[in-house]
Structures are given as structure tokens and as C-alpha cells.
Design a protein around this ligand. Sequence first.
Ligand SMILES: [Zn+2]
Length: 386
Amino acid sequence: MARREAPAAGPGSRALIVDVIRSAAAISRVELADLTGLTQPSISNIVRDLIADGIIHEVGSADSVRGKPRKLIAIKPANRFGIGFHLGPDTLTCVAVDLTGGVVGREVVPRPPADRLAAQFDDFTAGLDLPRGRIEGLAIVAPTPFPGGAPVADGLAPVRADLAGRIGLPVMVENDAAAAALGEFWSRRVSREQAFGCIYLGAGIGAGFVFGGALFRGASFDAGELGHMSIAYDGRPCPCGNQGCVERYASMAAVVADAAADPRLPVDPSATTSSAYDAVARLAVGGDPAAFELLDRAAGHLAVAATSMVNLLDLGRVVLTGPGAALAGSIYARRLRAHLERTAHSRQRHPVVVELSAQPRDAASIGAAALVVQAAVAPGHTPGTW
Ligand SMILES: [Zn+2]
């Protein structure tokens, strides 16, 4: 039998090594060779370069079965930073993360006009005392526009070009749900072998997927339109042209509309969708039966769509995030878990883990900053956006 050769180190090897170190938290060179299939000399060369570049560092040693202690290496957190801006309808959320995806600064300001974004970037980073030389770039994320509209990447293209010139750093653009998925993938140390998905409960319902360490974008940067997955052939009509879209039953706007039609629930007609939704969510988690029933039904609708999404892509892990998951996330998560345990096609082969985001309201801005970090230290995953 022919001897199996270790794969030669190629352009993707550095990204692969960074990704394996990130997901392992701390790892030895021997384990890196086992996990990547690269040769020891290739590992040694790349690790030496990564240490010299300040991306990783040695963090101690572990006992070895052969007696000699193995040095452990890990991502060096507070050396380089990514900045993320999330454009909301009225606000701009600014976040800075380190190389592990840990948040080092956050600020929410009234949404400035496009020509003030560069000044906001300067104010925010100066306020955190982040040296310009250690900032890798900026990513701006926004909700996907109405179906049929220009994708976020196209809509923000002029802003992107202008900003990159003004701040002198790379600027990326992405939709909020996709960015949130990459942020959760990066900061939760999800390994690149896992088929990972994220459901984002924002103005609508979006999803993002990370396969093999790369964000999946589809043919026109429009992948993940979970909100417009139909769950009923003759269901509620949707402005997208389809019927029975899950967004018409389970989004924050749908919950608020259903609450307004329920005489048992007080809904302030002058409140914004997000504050009216939060009021219903607060009642539900506080034990109000009508509010709980309403949100639990919305979660049940989302669970049906989640099973289709999980089955289509054979996902192993799903994180629920976005402002809609901030107060009512546990109601949605419980429904999704119970439904997937009964209905996921893969349930006999592997569990489908459903988790709640640790920072659901900031997930899109954190994800934006994580996009910058990934593009800087594990490049090759972000075609067309860097
Ligand atoms: Zn629709």
C-alpha cells in the first residue's frame, strides 16, 4: 500500500492553523499536526510567523506522555482589534473586539448621516485608546433590504468606498444575520468541522451559516432568508409575494401585531415595534399567560421553519440571537429544542444543539467586528468583501 503523504503547506494553511488554535483555545504543535494533517516542519514555520506577527503566543505547557512537556499556543487577544458598526433604523451600535472575539468596547449613538461615519469611527476608537496601527479595519452591517431590493453589499458600496478612503483602513459590508453568525462562530470557538447556523431575530428573521470556517453567502450575498421560508401553502400573505412566510408569524413585528389584536394584552400604539415587543416579552417571562401563549405560538412557528433549515443543511449547532432573543430567547429556544428533538432528520445520528447568544442585542455589531478579525488573521474566507 502506498504511504499516505501529509498535505503540503499551501496558501490556506495559515488560516487553517489560526482556526484550529482559535477553536481549541490552547493547543500544542503536535496536536496541531494531528488535527490539520500538515507536517511538523510546516507547522513550526507557520507558528513561528504567527508568533512574530503577534497573532498567537505561547501560554504555558502541558505534560506529555513521552515525558517532555509540550508548549501550548493560543490566540493573543489584546494585540489587534476589529471594529463593527451596526446600522439600525435610528441608532448606530459600535463595537470593538479583540482577536478572540471578546468585546473591548461598545457604544450606541443616534444614527449619524453617512458622511459622519468616519468621524464616529475616529471618536469611538480614540475613546477606547486603541492605537490606529492595531486596528485591522471596520465592517458595517445592516438588515437585508426588502426582498427584491439591492443587497446590503450593493446598497452600502458608496459608503464603503468613501469610508475606506477617509479612515485609511479596509472596510467591509455585510448583512446583519450573516455577520451575527460569523461572530457567534468565532467567539464561541466553534470548530470549522461543525455545520453551524444562526437564527437572527431582528426587524425580520434572518439566518447565517458557517461551513468549513467560511460564511456562506449564496449567489448574490442573499443566503439565509429564513424569514421568507413558507410554513403554510395558503398562509398569511407576505409582501415578498409568497404566502405563509414564517416572518408573518414569528418576527417581532408579527408578535406585536398579534398582541395588538388580543384584548387581553396592553399594547401602546405609539411605541416602536422593538419596545412594544419587549413589553410583551417582559410580560411573558414574568408569567402572564396570554403573553406567554402568544410568544410560545410564535416560537412554535419558528421551530417548524428551523427544522426545514436544519434538514436542508444537516446542521449540528444553531445559535438563536438578535434583539428578539434578548428577553424572550428562552421561550424560542425551548420550542426549537423540543421540536428538533422530535423532527430533525438527523436526530438518530447526531444531536442538533440549540444555544442562546450571550449578547443577543449586540450580536450583529460583534459579528461585524469578528468579520474584520477573521479577514485579518485567517484570510481567504471573505471573497469580494475585503
Ligand atoms: Zn415573505
